[in-house]
Design a protein around this ligand. Structure first.
Ligand code: SF4
Length: 348
């Protein structure tokens, strides 16, 4: 078995890791030393505090048909919903009342929300004193510029995979080049850019996961989320397995922390679908952000990208209190500031 210690020692000194090094780390059979190294780097570069972001899933309409996604256009069994602009603003008001400093507005690619509607929503939420993160998919550069002008601070757009052929096989009618164009436009427009990968896709290799990480380092991203692929029964990938996806996702998160020491890395909700302590384990492997669901009522269950989503029956205030308890149970604390990229080191 290959000795990982020299690679980890170089990572801890923030030396550049090659693609071969990254693949070696992702294939490590006993990952405890990798997780420990990521935890050390996390503590040094982003501290022990965990940033909370209020997630508002405001529409599950989507014009796209990604094969892995439960709200893809062709899923006739999905119960569609769309909050009104006023409903979104009110939900954001409640989230701010619960102490959140960031509101993440997430939806499928829903064309009903045109630029005017979205800019109005962004401006109203900014008046509440919250940072606004958008996670609404691929748009034109002009649209991204308009949202930014309206006050949007951050944008999440997962790359999903750096394997162009795999991406285009799984996202019919979408183009990998356009995805990359979006990420570079967002960066140039001054957003804090979040990206990320789906881990465990059919035919995805460790080499292509290493390419994902190298892509994030080169952009560079300000945030990156890793989601284990969990097949949805109403999609063409229903029969795929989730075997190994949880641990591989933890490894991806840990290597990402080593490569990009000061970025924000969320402990994603999907991790907790695969493991009852999924988010806490992710926080121990490099993550420093949690995005509790602040959406109200039945929308929580209808926004079903993958099956078995947690906390669909809870109210936003329950989620808020629950996650704080969980974070404190592992000796970490909640940070109530905006939590922009690099804030921890600036405050030192
Ligand atoms: S992954 Fe995103 S773009 Fe693709 S179908 Fe689902 S919501 Fe739409």
């Amino acid at each position: 078995m290959m000795d990982m210690q020299p690679i980890l020692a170089r990572a801890l000194r923030q030396e550049t890791l090659s693609k071969t090094d990254i693949v070696s780390l992702l294939s490590i059979p006993e990952p405890a030393p990798l997780f420990d190294a990521a935890d050390q780097v996390r503590r040094k570069f982003v501290g022990d505090e965990v940033y909370l972001r209020a997630l508002i899933e405001f529409s599950n309409y989507c014009k796209n048909d990604c094969l892995y996604c439960g709200i893809r256009r062709s899923n006739a069994a999905a119960q569609r919903y769309r909050l009104t602009p006023q409903g979104i603003i009110q939900t954001a008001q409640k989230a701010v009342g619960l102490g959140y400093k960031t509101v993440v507005l997430q939806s499928g690619e829903d064309v009903w929300f045109d630029t005017d509607k979205l800019c109005h929503i962004i401006r109203e939420i900014k008046k509440l004193g919250a940072a606004v993160t958008l996670s609404i998919g691929e748009k034109t550069r002009e649209e991204y510029a308009a949202y930014r002008q309206a006050g949007a601070d951050r944008y999440l757009l997962r790359l999903e995979t750096a394997d162009e052929a795999l991406y285009e096989k799984l996202d019919p009618a979408m183009s990998w080049d356009n995805r990359v164009r979006c990420l570079y436009d967002l960066k140039e427009l001054g957003y804090e850019v979040g990206s990320g990968s789906l881990v465990g896709l059919p035919n995805q290799t460790l080499e292509s996961l290493a390419d994902d990480l190298i892509f994030f380092k080169n952009l560079p991203v300000d945030m990156a989320g890793i989601g284990p692929f969990i097949p949805h029964p109403q999609t063409p990938l229903a029969a795929e397995s989730t075997q190994g996806h949880f641990e591989l996702s933890l490894k991806m998160m840990a290597v990402m922390r080593l490569l990009l020491p000061d970025i924000n890395i969320p402990a994603t909700t999907a991790m907790e679908t695969l493991h009852p302590r999924g988010r806490l384990l992710a926080l121990a492997c490099g993550a420093n952000v949690v995005m509790p669901n602040a959406t109200e009522g039945s929308a929580r269950i209808k926004y079903e990208l993958y099956p078995g989503k947690i906390c669909t029956g809870e109210a936003p205030e329950q989620c808020r209190a629950c996650i704080q308890r969980k974070i404190e149970s592992i000796g970490r604390t909640v940070n109530f500031s905006y939590g922009f990229h690099g804030d921890f080191l600036k405050g030192k």
